[in-house]
Design a protein around this ligand. Structure first.
Ligand code: NDP
Length: 488
């Protein structure tokens, strides 16, 4: 079993108190590795290292061209190790191999995207009502704490680190206590590429032990958080002490709306993929399926036929389309929602159980589950379950579809299926969400901003918007009038 260490200040560290956590494969419970369990004291050491690296200018004063080239080198190294990284991701968080391969490739692309963007950060000159040359420059914010969840471990690390580094910040990344292994493999890549000490620090620990301290610590200038809405609220509160910048990518209860004029087969595929990719453990999952009444019954029937093709198993096994949930506790939470759905009077039309058989007995598997006849007020239609549970709600017309879609505290993503482009755009224009798709679901591009309205967070990751979250804005005024001011 591999015993990982943390990367702090360019050196490998164990937790000061010596505590370690065993990381297990959620498909079979087997121990994979152990990692340091950092406390607030360890966070303090990482903050000092990141602070020193920022204040010394070793990174922010490196030319943008060099910073960009470094990110390209990280992308290349990820690609070189991609087979191993994808397998590690599968074993640590349970997703099927094809999905992990996609994530690893996308993580490399993300470093490359921001590597290219490092040299495109630019300010502006302003025409002001004085004899002055006045312009605006963009500068890095400083030391950034970055806290990420367990569902897309390496990809979320890339989404956080790449724009921050391109902009010239220094970083302390904390992966989820459940899935730290690919982030620690990335630490090894960064160590071997000999980035200046303290520019990237990767520490492992719990939310309570290390995460809270990162959100609170006065030596940190910005905290970027991806996770649940309740935790996001805590992070925001903890950040008030020194008014650090905060960006939050939080949960969702996303509507996927199918109109009767949609391409039926494409919409059936899209509805299943929206709900069950990555075991439904996706913030942008289409977990509320809104179907027009005239096709509601045949649509559910068609999904039931196709859902049989979702083969459960260890993500490394051939043909597997759905792995285990990330932990025993998370499966219990999802199962509790299945009981709530039944008690609320929704119709369980498939799944709802743990799969039977020896292959599943040691892992946290759960069948893909569909509830039909869900009403918008039911808890299974309102609360984020974050597992393979789809709630189907029938609607009468376009106005009702939009009303139900927006009747949520969240505002992360939404899908619309229709062959009428006027309707598609009309509906999307009325949806209060940051990410929308027409006749597709889930494609995510490094070029486009990712983030939510309402309680799905604030700030955006990815694209040009993503780098904005890591930049300060400074005005510079140069007086061209040689005469004294003469005010007094
Ligand atoms: P959590 O909110 O429980 O945890 C996210 C991260 O925060 C983890 O690293 C966790 O550490 C840490 N953390 C926990 N408590 C605190 C705290 N008080 N202060 C600081 N950090 C803390 O989310 P999950 O890991 O369970 O991930 C699932 C959630 O993430 C879902 O709600 C999902 O919607 C959301 N998500 C949002 C995305 C988006 O882009 N909008 C993308 C992916 C997920 P630890 O693991 O040790 O508890």
């Amino acid at each position: 079993m591999h015993h990982y260490q943390n990367l702090i200040g360019g050196k490998w560290h164990d937790a000061l108190g010596g505590q370690r956590r065993t990381i297990t494969d959620p498909a079979n419970g087997q121990a994979l590795a152990s990692v340091p369990e950092c406390s607030a004291e360890d966070v303090g050491i990482a903050v000092a290292a990141a602070r020193q690296a920022f204040d010394s200018g070793v990174w922010r004063q490196t030319s943008a061209l060099e910073r960009g080239k470094t990110l390209f080198r990280i992308a290349d190294a990820i690609r070189k190790d991609s087979t191993q990284l994808a397998r590690l991701e599968v074993m640590n968080c349970g997703k099927p191999l094809a999905e992990a391969e996609f994530d690893i490739a996308d993580a490399a692309n993300c470093f490359e995207f921001y590597g290219g963007l490092a040299t495109k950060i630019h300010g502006e000159t302003m025409q002001v009502p004085a004899n002055s040359v006045s312009y605006v420059v963009r500068e890095p914010i400083g030391v950034c704490a970055q806290i990420i969840p367990w569902n897309f471990p390496l990809l979320m690390a890339a989404w956080k680190l790449a724009p921050a580094l391109a902009a010239g910040n220094t970083c302390i990344l904390k992966p989820s206590e459940l899935t730290p292994l690919t982030a620690l493999a990335l630490a090894k890549i960064i160590y071997e590429l000999e980035l200046p000490a303290g520019v990237v620090n990767i520490i492992t620990g719990t939310g309570a032990g290390a995460g809270e301290e990162l959100a609170r610590h006065a030596g940190i200038d910005k905290v970027a958080f991806t996770g649940g809405t309740a935790t996001g609220r805590k992070v925001m509160q903890a950040a008030t002490g020194n008014l650090k910048r905060v960006s939050l990518e939080l949960g969702g209860k996303n509507p996927n709306i199918v109109f009767a004029d949609a391409d039926f087969d494409a919409a059936v595929d899209g509805a299943l993929f929206a709900a069950f990719a990555n075991q439904g453990e996706v913030c942008s999952a289409g977990s509320r399926l809104l179907v027009e009444k005239s096709i509601h019954r045949p649509f559910v029937q068609a999904m039931l036929q196709k859902i049989e093709r979702i083969k459960l198993g260890h993500g490394l096994d051939a043909g597997v389309k759905m792995g285990p949930l990330v932990s025993a506790a998370h499966r219990e939470k999802v199962e509790a929602y299945i009981q709530i759905g039944k008690a609320e009077g929704a119709t369980l039309v498939c799944g709802g159980e743990r799969p039977a058989g020896a292959a599943f007995s040691q892992g946290w598997f759960l069948q893909p589950t569909i509830f039909d006849n869900v009403t918008p007020q039911m808890r299974i239609a309102r609360e984020e379950i974050f597992g393979p549970v789809l709630a189907v709600i029938a609607f009468a017309d376009e106005a009702e579809a939009v009303q139900i879609a927006n009747d949520t505290d969240y505002g992360l993503a939404a899908g619309v299926w229709t062959t009428n482009i006027f309707r598609g755009l009309r509906v999307v224009n009325q949806i209060r969400a940051g990410i929308t798709w027409i006749n597709t679901y889930h494609p995510t591009f490094n070029e486009l901003p990712w983030g939510g309205y309402k309680q799905s967070g604030h700030g955006r990751e990815l694209g040009l918007y993503g780098i904005e979250e890591y930049l300060e804005t400074k005005q510079v005024n140069i007086n061209l009038d040689e005469a004294p001011l003469g005010w007094y």
